[in-house]
Design a protein around this ligand. Sequence first.
Ligand code: CTP
Ligand code: MG
Length: 232
Amino acid sequence: MMYSVVIPAAGQGKRMKAGKNKQFIELDQSPLIAHTLKVFEEDERCKQIILVVNENEIDAMQEIISTYKIQKVSKIALGGKERQQSVFEGLKQLSGPDEIVLVHDGARPFIRKEIIHELVTTTEQEGAAIVGVRMKDTVKRVMNQTVEETIDRSELWSVQTPQAFWRDALLTAHKQAEDQQFQATDDASVMEWVRARVVMVEGDYSNVKITTPEDLLMAEAILRKRRMEHDS
Ligand code: CTP
Ligand code: MG
């Protein structure tokens, strides 16, 4: 089945401390967002990309779209204050018969096509699915610098994007979240909040979100490894 993807890229990148939206940071001489767009441009199952941007960055984004010959961006939406609002604005651009929609962070350039396809297939069967990886660290709950509890790691997953849903269900959940001022950091939380079942698809650790300066070192290493795989 084909899918549409909403890519939120309307953040500020504060934790990156680059003095600009991290989407424009260059990795291997191309802006971060160009890497992410390219994955979906090259995926034959992706029918369109809705890119969510800051109002003062429309021109810069459009220039990237044209420089990197991205043809699947069908609409550009204006972002909101929080990621959740940005995704909602992107979703509102979609219409027509119900379809599978993916939400994927502009700041995750290393998602692999195989995992996207597994996610889409799972969503066709189960209704909603997200990509994540098993937690590597032991996690403790701490209050006043004192450990309260060690949480059983075997049940814990770190959540990534893409996250995939039937569009009408996700839109309805987002509308309800806006009405009742429910704020979450990912889209699955919005669906969980309306009691939908969400299935986990195991992804890989290289699908990092570029968030802090250290992540740029990781990104360089991942790019180097991919180049070597590609050349051999
Ligand atoms: N995002 C968005 N609109 C917002 C906030 C975030 O579209 N109001 C996007 C970001 O551009 C990014 C993704 O959501 O692609 C994940 O968010 P995050 O990694 O937190 O990026 P920023 O919000 O830009 O970074 P920071 O939180 O450090 O400021
Ligand atoms: Mg943020």
